[in-house]
Design a protein around this ligand. Structure first.
Ligand code: FMN
Length: 180
């Protein structure tokens, strides 16, 4: 797919067919996402794909701060991707000090870029996705047994789309752009 078309036609998908995503496809999506830029090429973003229905249901029931909209999306998804980041590298000097006043927030920035790259690559391969920010990061980390060196950045529900939502309205370019 042409790049601009891929960017413009990707939508957040919250209704999915029952088909599973095979591992070869998921590996190709993550391979594409690995080409996302990152702070000093630290590549701190990781992807934990939850296919196990029991674990996925537990996250849906206990890991989204009671936000039922996300519980439903997760239960309908073929898989739930927990996007995680290795803490303490992106935005840091070798001696452990922060490089800039944004402190450790560069790791979240990196994970965001990687996550959007993941979603665009998924879209190219016919896989729908929705990024979810409303979740309990400590609970999700506990439910997936996340190593203490990592933090949860986002949840992404994935699956073959069973809806074709229209694009929510975008702001005019003139409101977004300023030249100096
Ligand atoms: C950081 C972030 C957090 C989001 N959190 C949620 C969420 O918790 N639940 C949800 O259904 N959608 C969530 N979304 C999806 C947005 O609602 C969606 O991207 C937006 O409405 C634009 O629609 P589009 O992605 O189809 O263009 C989130 C998106 C981002 C980038």
């Amino acid at each position: 797919m042409e790049t601009l078309k891929c960017i413009e036609t990707r939508r957040s998908i919250r209704k999915f067919k029952s088909d599973k995503i095979d591992h070869t496809t998921m590996e190709a999506i993550v391979k594409a996402a690995s080409f996302a830029p990152s702070w000093k090429n630290t590549q701190v973003t990781r992807y934990v794909v939850i296919e196990d229905e029991a674990v996925k249901a537990k996250i849906a029931d206990e890991g989204v701060l009671g936000f039922e909209y996300n519980s439903g999306t997760i239960k309908r998804a073929a898989a739930l991707v927990v996007v995680t980041m290795v803490h303490g590298r992106s935005g840091f000097e070798r001696d452990g000090s922060y490089t800039t006043s944004k402190e450790d927030r560069w790791e979240t920035f990196d994970a965001g870029i990687a996550t959007q790259t993941f979603c665009l690559a998924a879209h190219e391969m016919g896989v729908g996705s929705v990024i979810m920010g409303i979740f309990d990061e400590n609970k999700v980390a506990e439910l997936i047994g996340l190593d203490e060196s990592q933090k949860v950045a986002a949840l992404v529900a994935v699956g073959y789309p069973d809806e074709e939502p229209a694009a929510p309205k975008r702001k005019d370019t003139a409101d977004l752009l300023k030249f100096i």
